[in-house]
Ligand binder design. Structure first.
Ligand SMILES: [Zn+2]
Length: 236
């Protein structure tokens, strides 16, 4: 289970709560902060702090992402994101999504959404593409070019879990900045919490597509397990 920190205003408050059979759970930290300020009412309620994870399915709507033989990246991204969400919820983790349907979104609002909800971490799920050379394959994660320890730990943990779950996967490692060596991807630049962009294999690789389709649930479990393991290191 996720670590929780419980605050009680007073014993009377607890008794009242028990009698009424009412448990007031405020699910995200942004709301908790404003709740605590409302001293009269909020102090009577036990407030449970819970880790919130923001998952982001890349692309969507008109932006199909990479495309290969009629296969759209946006669909793979969303399917995996929804599967990871389910696995995380089975582990007791609260999950918010930037998109749960096939809709267009700019990248900055995705990270701003995570900021707004004070998510503990942000993972954006994508697939890679290499033009004209199908043999290029493997899974990698992109983080901010500053290689902050937390970002690197998050990305590394996810990749390690993937390698354990699907050993046939090629792990290309954790990379910082952007592929052209300038700046950072918007997600990693705007997100105010540890973040990474997971490139779950190359959609242009038959090998990677075959692995993804064959071991889909194993990948979902592994990504969730990596995120969960990382949340256990958070002191909230
Ligand atoms: Zn993408």
């Amino acid at each position: 289970m996720i670590k929780k920190r419980i605050k009680y205003g007073c014993v009377c408050g607890i008794l009242i709560m028990m009698i009424m059979g009412c448990l007031h759970i405020i699910k995200n930290k942004g709301v908790i902060k404003s709740g605590i300020d409302q001293t009269e009412t909020a102090s009577l309620n036990p407030v449970i702090y819970k880790t919130v994870v923001c998952l982001d399915a890349g692309h969507g709507g008109d932006d199909v992402g990479a495309e290969y033989n009629g296969r759209y990246e946006k669909d793979d991204d969303l399917a995996m994101t929804l599967a990871v969400k389910e696995e995380l919820e089975n582990l007791g983790v609260e999950v918010i999504l930037t998109r749960s349907q096939d809709i267009s979104m700019d990248n900055a609002p995705r990270a701003e959404y995570a900021n707004l909800y004070d998510a503990a971490l942000f993972v954006s799920i994508h697939r890679n593409y290499y033009d004209g050379y199908e043999a290029v394959n493997g899974i990698e994660a992109w983080i901010n070019s500053q290689f902050l320890e937390e970002d690197e730990a998050l990305a590394t943990t996810i990749l390690e879990e993937i390698k354990k779950a699907v050993p046939k996967s090629t792990i290309r490692g954790v990379k910082g900045g952007t592929i052209d060596g300038e700046g950072n991807y918007t997600i990693n630049r705007v997100a105010q919490m540890p973040s990474c962009i997971l490139e779950l294999g190359f959609i242009s690789s038959h090998y990677d597509n075959n692995l993804l389709d064959t071991y889909f649930s194993d990948y979902a479990k592994a990504i969730a397990q990596g995120i969960y393991a990382y949340t256990q290191t958070l002191s909230i």
